[in-house]
Design a binder for this molecule. Structure first.
Ligand SMILES: C[S@@+](CC[C@H](N)C(=O)[O-])C[C@H]1O[C@@H](n2cnc3c(N)ncnc32)[C@H](O)[C@@H]1O
Length: 182
């Protein structure tokens, strides 16, 4: 499963680490009728995202995108008309920005907990990790350990990594099992 296959018309998607805005833009173009919320702790990232979206998208599409400068641990504080069906994370630092400001194991796991509670019943979460730097490796381990504690009757979690290049980015895809919704 991927973003394109998962999103349905009118869905709400959250980009929990919007950075330079490429993922927010992609999500906005996948579903022109849906709402996209983009979060980042750095104002610089929000400014770059806003500039990219304004260059590419028409005004009516921009009106359904919400940009917020906040930590993704406070996901539940975002005002939403209905639960999100997709929450995406691209962890690490802002490319071309301050490499000292990175996502961290504790806040990423806290945000993941919030995302699991917030998600629509048939929603999904994707998370790209970067184990090639020390904090990224610690973070990926903490996320893996947390996800292994989830109830298998409710959640399905897949974990994709390059076994010949262990420092390459890895991907978690977390979704609620259809059987848990009956
Ligand atoms: C790899 S970048 C994201 C790239 C982005 N998805 C894109 O398409 O350009 C990671 C971003 O996470 C942000 N970040 C770090 N800690 C965060 C937190 N606690 N809450 C929200 N964003 C955070 C960083 O500021 C950085 O911009």
């Amino acid at each position: 499963m991927g973003w394109r296959a998962h999103l349905q018309e009118g869905d709400i998607a959250i980009d929990a680490t919007c950075g330079n805005g490429y993922d927010t833009l992609f999500l906005s173009q996948l579903d022109p009728c849906g709402m996209v919320v983009a979060l980042d702790i750095q104002d610089e990232a929000l400014q770059r995202t806003k500039a990219l979206l304004s260059r590419v998208l028409p005004q009516e599409r921009l009106a359904r995108i919400l940009l917020r400068c906040q930590c993704h641990t406070a996901l539940s504080e975002v005002p939403l008309p209905k639960p999100p069906r997709l929450i995406v994370y691209n962890l690490g630092y802002l490319p071309g920005g301050n490499k000292g400001i990175v996502t961290r194991a504790e806040t990423s796991v806290a945000s993941l907990r919030a995302a699991l509670s917030l998600l629509a019943p048939d929603g999904a979460i994707s998370m790209v990790c970067y184990p090639g730097h020390p904090e990224g490796e610690r973070e990926e381990k903490a996320i893996l350990a947390f996800l292994q504690t989830l109830a298998v009757e409710v959640w399905s979690v897949s974990y994709q990594r390059q076994i010949l290049s262990p420092t390459a980015p890895s991907l978690f895809w977390i979704s609620k099992r259809a059987s848990s919704m009956r």
